[in-house]
Design a protein around this ligand. Structure first.
Ligand code: T46
Length: 140
């Protein structure tokens, strides 16, 4: 991930990487590496349709940090004014998906594994799944 973030409601999260000399170790402590209390963690893998996008929504309240644990994928971000695409491939570097940030994951490599830490429990009412509704919501 080389690009600087230019969208609102995002940021870079850097995990702790103690030197074990026996392989990788990545540490995510809430309020230290990840800037919120973590209530939920989920993983996405076995992405058989490499080009079929995931995400394609925004959240009203939920804040998340998304990581690529293995392989790589494109994370497309859109705050309603600015858009940018980041290639995630480093397990120690995550991206904050704040509220009111339209996000899509696509172009998955083989064996791509995604991890997400979320500030809230799952609630379908928190999702904005239609883009025109997203544009209305961010103007409120
Ligand atoms: C997000 C991106 C990065 C649950 O029941 N509990 C959960 O915690 C999650 C995450 C999903 N689900 C159900 C809801 C749907 O029936 O799993 C199904 C697939 O979810 P969705 O289509 O939203 O999956 P993605 O990969 O498009 O999006 C997911 C998260 O849902 C979303 O919050 O920000 O990853």
């Amino acid at each position: 991930m080389k690009n600087k973030l230019k969208v609102k409601n995002s940021g870079v999260v850097t995990l702790g990487t103690p030197d074990t000399k026996r392989g990788g170790l990545f540490v995510a402590e809430a309020k230290k590496h990840v800037p919120f209390e973590i209530k939920r963690v989920y993983f996405i893998n076995k992405l058989s349709r490499k080009s079929a996008p995931r995400g394609n929504h925004a959240h009203k309240t939920n804040t998340q940090a998304i990581f690529c644990l293995n392989g790589s994928f494109d994370l497309c971000l859109d705050d309603g004014a600015n858009k940018q695409t980041l290639r995630l491939c480093d397990p120690s570097k995550g991206i904050i998906l704040g509220p009111k940030l339209w996000h899509t994951m696509q172009n998955f490599s083989n064996n791509c594994t995604i991890a997400v830490f979320a500030s809230h429990h799952y609630d379908e009412q928190d999702y904005i799944r239609q883009y025109p509704g997203f544009l209305n919501f961010i103007q409120k």
